[in-house]
Write a protein that binds this ligand. Structure first.
Ligand code: ADP
Ligand code: ASP
Ligand code: MG
Length: 451
């Protein structure tokens, strides 16, 4: 199909009947939208993660399952074929209950993925029913049949070539009649043994982009609860301004540094095929949104500011580092062994400081393990600092323009800055601050540089 659009709707866009109806209208308004990816109803994944924690009492389990029942039943009761929908829901709830008992005997990331996958499985089943209720032909599709990943449960990596082949064989024929719409799950996948995996919290955006790439789509649309990408999170700065277009690079930097509106990996598949990504509001599509493309007309020095919470700073010191070579290599090989990606780095004569993210792993468990720290302690002194957040200014040509750092530093001079990173890319300037001051600092930066 020539102008194929893949549309993804997040949790708030399918959270109740009215939201699902708005999302339905967005889909049918664009005849090119043939594949629809959706998240679990808002709040559902959080409940499932709690059930999977292995620490839910019998009473808590019952409470949480009742909550899941009520979220979905409220939607089902507005549709027809309610018996079938309720039976499907109860089968999921029974399975979730059984798996929760298993988790109470010993939690694991593998089990967590199995439990949380029910969120997307339930929401897609109901959303498909809503299409048919509204008289639009739609088919439910289990994405695990094609979204092949590795076995890194909780933050699995997609196997792109397998996905491409599977998409052509199994997904494309379902909408090739030019009429049907396929509704499928974001976030979840399966490894080569057929075990359920997840792509990490917020991963549905990434799923949609991967499908866009595999099906050679003309556009990927991310429909959410705000009309596009703003100069910062409008929840933190209510008068933040919408941005009509962004380059891939700017949007990727924003996502990497915490702008929750896009999962950090979303733009990777889009960039590989040069597919434009649209971000808009499913509730208010008429308000317009943001186009993310290879190039844009304007490239301001300051484009946006983002906040990333839950940063851990690890300071590694060793007197042996003076004039020696190989210290950094040893440190990074430990991070590589534990699959930790390092965000910020700063070095001095005898020490190196790096930040690690607490992680988008689905289970939400701390991913900085004691055994990794133990291994680092074998050759240096290790100090771990938590309670930190990253505030990142995103822009263009930052290190080529005079006055940029003065303006940035002036905007933040009332705060103690634990670490600064600047210069590796022309597109960002990052400050590491105490978490309890980070929002205030972000507001100040926004006021000085973006208003
Ligand atoms: P969804 O459930 O649709 O995936 P998310 O909650 O993951 O939605 O992402 C949308 C939210 O991202 C917005 O409600 C907003 O609070 C937040 N956000 C963070 N940074 C930005 C930004 N720069 N522009 C717009 N929204 C942002
Ligand atoms: N439902 C998943 C989550 O809450 C995936 C997503 O919403 O993108 O993280
Ligand atoms: Mg999201």
């Amino acid at each position: 199909m020539e102008n194929l659009d893949i549309s993804k709707f997040g949790g708030t866009s399918v959270k109740d009947f009215e939201s699902m109806l708005s999302s339905y209208k967005v889909v049918v308004a664009n005849p090119n939208t043939r594949v629809v990816v959706i998240s679990a109803c808002s709040g559902v994944t959080n409940i499932l993660v709690e059930l999977a924690s292995g620490a839910c009492s019998a009473q808590k389990t019952e409470e949480l399952i009742a909550k899941l029942r009520s979220i979905h039943t409220e939607i089902i009761e507005k549709l027809d074929n309610q018996d079938d929908l309720k039976a499907n829901l109860e089968a999921h709830l029974k399975e979730i209950y059984d798996l929760t008992q298993e988790a109470n005997m010993g939690r694991s990331d593998e089990l967590t993925d199995r439990i949380v996958s029910h969120g997307e499985l339930m929401s897609t089943y109901i959303f498909t029913a809503l299409f048919n209720f509204m008289g639009t032909k739609a088919q439910w599709f289990d994405i695990r049949n094609i979204m092949r990943t590795d076995s890194n449960f909780g933050c699995a990596a997609p196997l792109v070539e397998v996905l491409k082949a599977q998409c052509q064989e199994k997904l494309l024929p379902l909408y090739a009649d030019g009429e049907s719409i396929v509704i499928t799950q974001g976030f979840i996948g399966a490894n080569s043994e057929g075990q359920t995996t997840t792509l990490g919290r917020g991963g549905s955006d990434y799923s949609a982009a991967l499908l866009g790439e595999a099906l050679n789509a003309a556009t990927i649309s991310i429909w959410t609860d705000v009309p596009g990408v703003y100069t910062t999170d409008p929840r933190l700065v209510p008068h933040a301004k919408p941005i009509s277009e962004l380059t891939y690079l700017e949007a990727a930097e924003m996502a990497t540094f915490g702008a929750k509106i896009l999962h950090p990996s979303t733009l990777v598949p889009a960039v590989r095929r040069g597919i434009p990504v649209y971000v808009g509001s499913s509730r208010e599509p008429e308000k317009g949104g943001t186009w993310v493309r290879p190039k844009t007309e304007s490239h301001p020095a300051f484009r946006a500011v983002a906040l990333r919470k839950n940063q851990t700073l690890i300071v590694l010191a060793s007197p042996k580092m003076v004039g020696a070579s190989g210290f950094l290599a040893s440190v990074f090989s430990v991070f590589a062994k534990y699959k930790k990606s390092v965000d910020l780095v700063s070095t001095s004569e005898v020490s190196i400081a790096v930040t690690l993210d607490a992680g988008t792993n689905t289970s939400g468990q701390s991913s900085i393990s004691e055994s990794m720290l133990e291994e680092l302690r074998r050759f240096c002194h290790v100090k771990v600092e938590t309670g930190l957040s990253l505030v990142a200014i995103i822009g263009n040509e930052m290190s080529n323009l005079p006055g940029i750092t003065t303006q940035a530093f002036d905007s933040i001079n009332r705060y103690a800055v634990r670490m600064i990173c600047y210069g590796a890319s022309n597109h960002n300037l990052c400050f590491l601050l105490k978490s309890d001051e980070a929002v205030a600092a972000l507001v100040e930066i926004h006021k000085h540089l973006l208003e």
